[in-house]
Write a new protein. Sequence first.
Length: 209
Amino acid sequence: MKKTIPLLMVILGGLIFVTWAFSPHYYIQEVFYNQMYIPWIYASIGFAALLGVLSLTLMHTNKIKRRAPKWQYSYFFFASFIATALAGFIGGTQKGGLFMWMFENMQMPMSATMFSLLAFYMASAAYKAFRARSPEATVLLAAAIVVMLAQVPLGVKISRHLPTISQWILDVPNLASKRGIMLGVGLGSVATSLKILLGIERSYLGGGD
């Protein structure tokens, strides 16, 4: 029963979404979904947030107890979580409050730092990917150079045809490959959804079958 009830809830919720997506009937779209299903979703958000907090707390507590790798950072999690929660409960989340001050002066700079580090990782990955070690890599390198040059004024000065060539690369071969990838992602999503709805895929329940 520990896994049967969650499995039935997932299957029922999935069938509701499938019915809502494919059925234009008023009772399904308005009465059942908007007036019955959506309020239950809003009511469960608080329980989901509580479950997430408990899960994070248990995970970091176990890391500290087991002295897992980088367990010291778990103390920073508890300190920042408690400070942010107290700031929200005491000062509220309105503009000019302590919570928004922490968000604007701590969270946003840290996010900007993370994105700047990601930019360096992307540049490093692009350098490794654009090495002309094979004919395919050479074509990728040439296309990337044309597209990048077309985005800056220097490219137009080199050749007035560069923007046209760049747009053709984006509209024809790039779009064709993107559509192929999206088709693969869509088919994979449909297959995974069917496996979950039919009860074949149960890894989200934890443990084995």
